[in-house]
Design a protein around this ligand. Structure first.
Ligand SMILES: *Cc1c(COP(=O)(O)O)cnc(C)c1O
Length: 367
């Protein structure tokens, strides 16, 4: 679309952007191919759905849809503050955590400043950064994961924000606590460090840090979390940032009024209260991950060990053709060539039968 006739009057940075590519919805695939019963393992959604308590809370809110939501998200913010042992003034609610990432870019980046992240990092970091005209600096990955030494050496005068997804999407790699804290401690206090913990509920690795524990030590640290993944509320769009209250104050100045709707607020609050659902989700993920790993090994395929609810597989050939063939088999996974991983396919851990269907289709396609 670089022949777009309005490009000349668009803000700087927009020309270099491509729209985010989401996973294909099941309905679209089935309409295109005239099939049914396909499986979607493309967007790291929770295959168990969400907590029944969240659904009940949504039903109650239905009677109030003509009213604006509580613009301050009072109850949810207080519940989150209690969960994390921080003041409610440290919590910024977002329309998904992507919204919080976008607020961070708008507050702390601008033309002439640099946004620093790793190769293969989450796609929203460049989108939000370039949209506000910041310069992008990408450090090479090491073994598909973050090279924090390389990142640290690139922090300079112009650096505004450093982004770290832990675990990272789409690689599933993670950074160990002592290494991460050492990195944060070495970053100058006037550079914002974002630790994006979208998948933290799934992580079961010793040495994996909960960066929210460090908030009181590093006022320039922002930790983001989401209800889209383990909590299974992706369509409602609710996430949050935890930070120093002065950082949260600035984020809240650019936050759109009513950015989190009433159903999302109520569902998230109820979901927080159902940790048994989270435990079940984590257990389902653990079993499904083992199943996918065994499947990959049987097929002789390499993969990147993942701490999240997805696994990124080396299919040994350009992933576009593999993806197309899988779609014909009714399997939607996520090719990640746009993340600099030309031969890799990211697959979300699903229910046992979904994983099985995917592995069978993959075998057939690669056969
Ligand atoms: C899925 C994901 C998010 C969450 O996005 P929401 O806007 O909260 O749905 C954030 N960061 C990473 C790395 C993700 O993979």
């Amino acid at each position: 679309m670089n022949d777009n006739i309005f490009l000349g009057i668009a803000a700087p940075g927009i020309a270099g952007l491509k729209p985010y590519t989401p996973g294909k919805p099941v309905s679209e695939l089935e309409r295109e191919l005239g099939i049914s019963g396909s499986v979607k393992l493309a967007s790291n959604e929770n295959p168990l759905g969400c907590s029944e308590r969240a659904k009940a809370a949504i039903r109650v809110e239905l009677s109030q849809v003509s009213r604006y939501p509580d613009g301050s998200g009072y109850e949810l913010r207080n519940a989150l503050a209690e969960k994390h042992g921080v003041d409610a003034a440290c919590v910024t609610l977002g329309n998904g955590s992507n919204d919080v990432l976008d607020m961070i870019a708008r507050v702390f980046l601008r033309p002439g400043r640099e946004s620093l992240f790793s190769e293969h990092a989450f796609a929203v970091y460049p989108i939000s950064s370039q949209a506000v005209g910041a310069d992008i600096r990408v450090t090479p990955a090491r073994n598909y994961g973050y090279d924090l030494d390389a990142m640290g050496s690139r922090v300079g005068e112009r650096t505004g924000v450093v982004w770290i997804a832990n675990p990272n999407n789409p690689t599933g790699t993670w950074v160990e606590g002592t290494v991460l804290e050492k990195f944060i401690a070495a970053v100058p206090g006037n550079v914002i460090v974002v630790v994006d913990e979208a998948y933290i509920e799934y992580v079961d690795e010793s040495g994996y840090p909960d960066a929210s524990q460090w908030l009181s030590r590093y006022p320039n640290l922002i930790v983001t979390r989401t209800f889209s993944k383990a909590y299974g509320l992706a369509s409602l769009r609710v996430g949050y940032g935890l930070s120093h209250p002065d950082v949260a104050d600035l984020l809240n100045r650019v936050r759109q009024p009513f950015n989190v709707n009433s159903m999302a607020l109520a569902a998230a609050l109820a979901a927080l209260d159902d940790q048994a659902f989270i435990r079940r989700s984590v257990e389902t993920n653990r079993e499904g991950m083992a199943q996918l790993i065994t499947g990959c090994e049987k097929l002789g395929l390499g993969f990147i060990p993942s701490a999240g609810n997805f696994i990124t597989i080396d299919v040994g050939r350009p992933v576009g053709e593999v993806d197309t063939a899988l779609l014909k088999q009714g399997c939607i996974a996520r090719p990640v060539a746009n993340y600099g991983l030309a031969n890799h396919l990211r697959v979300t851990v699903g229910l046992q039968e979904e994983n099985q269907r995917f592995l069978r289709a993959l075998e057939k396609v690669l056969g």
